[in-house]
Design a protein. Structure first.
Lengths: 202, 202
DNA sequence: TGCCGAAACGGAGGGAGCCTCCGTACGCTC
DNA sequence: GAGCGTACGGAGGCTCCCTCCGTTTCGGCA
């Protein structure tokens, strides 16, 4: 195992870290459309430096979320062996929605990524997608889900939930509630939540 | 009834129409973020003219969709007397989602509008929202819907469906399918569609 | 330690978009 | 057909995107 080609200069590495930190802050505050010049400014770095490290906005975003989506794929694979298919899928879907809502604007990027093989996140996203679908199919095979619901539709709804939650803001429980609704729709039966408020008390 | 103050010059009116037409085309092609300068160019009008007629992008958008959302409120009110509460709500929700998806980017504007009393669409949106909720409550009172589902959650999901459909594009039936799923979730029971593909044939 | 080449830096600058301001043109009314 | 006032249009100031290239700095080697 040679450690040759370790040519990355220390200042370069330091700047990259600063850029990532600044980008995370800015994306969190202003969404994925935040000003890249402002990010460079906050990182105490010239704009040219930002563009050498990350050739475009997408690359920067990718550097920030790549690992997270890799983990999501791994999580899905692990959950494939859990005893309760529905719970396994439900929990994974919740992770998926949460990750998708990391930044305002991220759900849209993810949708675009799925259709663009040139995107740096393309592979990770598809791996995650495929394992998510496997998790879903397991539920359907077990008879937990309706037979007429498509996995992609449920994933699309989860992404949509991530979007609307981020867009509305100010209701931290909204994602859970909406996701529960989506899952109930896929199941074709109401779950625990239903008992809470009966249709009419009298 | 005096027709005084009809001072609007004919060239002004003509330009306004051209601007609206150009804006509709551009918003349709590029979403609500389309270049206003390009819109002025296509309308054969100076940028200053655009800004006098519509002080900002939101005003332009509002001029294009206002009537549509007014009609949505009226539609909801009319449907309040229909015999089948669920069908009435379902059909209205479908109209709502369709209108929300007029342009890419519109769902986000609508969500923002609901929170901004200064927005020109604020009143129309809230009227539409309130009548939509009334339509929903009628279903719940009739026992057609689960008691624990909030009207706002269902409306949020419909907006989310409009968003994801517009974002994904290339699947014209997606909105219907997702909306049907959302409605099933609210109902707490599967509908007609369920029979199509049984869980497992053997 | 000091030298030197490669690697990295940073910002000027061109292009596009947003929006304002104001000198000019033109439609309307009399 | 003259004059008033409405409406026009685009220059210009600002921000942002992204590229290009002269300058600086790191770090391996003597």
């Amino acid at each position: 195992m040679e450690t040759r080609r370790r040519s990355t200069r220390t200042d370069a590495r330091r700047n990259e870290e600063r850029l990532l930190a600044a980008a995370h802050t800015m994306f969190t505050e202003h969404g994925t459309g935040a000003s890249l010049e402002e990010i460079a400014r906050r990182a105490g770095v010239g704009i040219g430096t930002l563009y050498r490290a990350f050739p475009n906005r997408e690359a920067l975003l990718e550097a920030l979320v790549h690992e997270r989506f890799e983990r999501l794929a791994v999580e899905a694979e692990e959950r494939l062996t859990e005893p309760e298919p529905r719970a396994a899928f439900a929990q994974w879907l919740s992770s998926f929605a949460e990750s998708s809502a990391t930044y305002r604007g991220l759900p849209a990027s993810l949708v675009a990524t799925m259709r663009d093989p040139g995107s740096p996140l393309y592979v990770a996203c598809h791996r995650m997608h495929d394992t998510g679908v496997a998790l879903f199919d397991r539920c359907r095979d077990a008879g937990t889900f309706r037979g007429d619901v498509q996995a992609d539709d449920v994933l699309a709804l989860a992404a949509a939930v991530a979007w609307v939650s981020k867009e509305v803001e100010g209701d931290p429980e909204m994602p859970e509630r909406l996701l529960a609704l989506v899952l109930d729709a896929a199941t074709g039966a109401t779950t625990a939540a239903t008992a809470a408020r009966p249709t009419s008390p009298a």
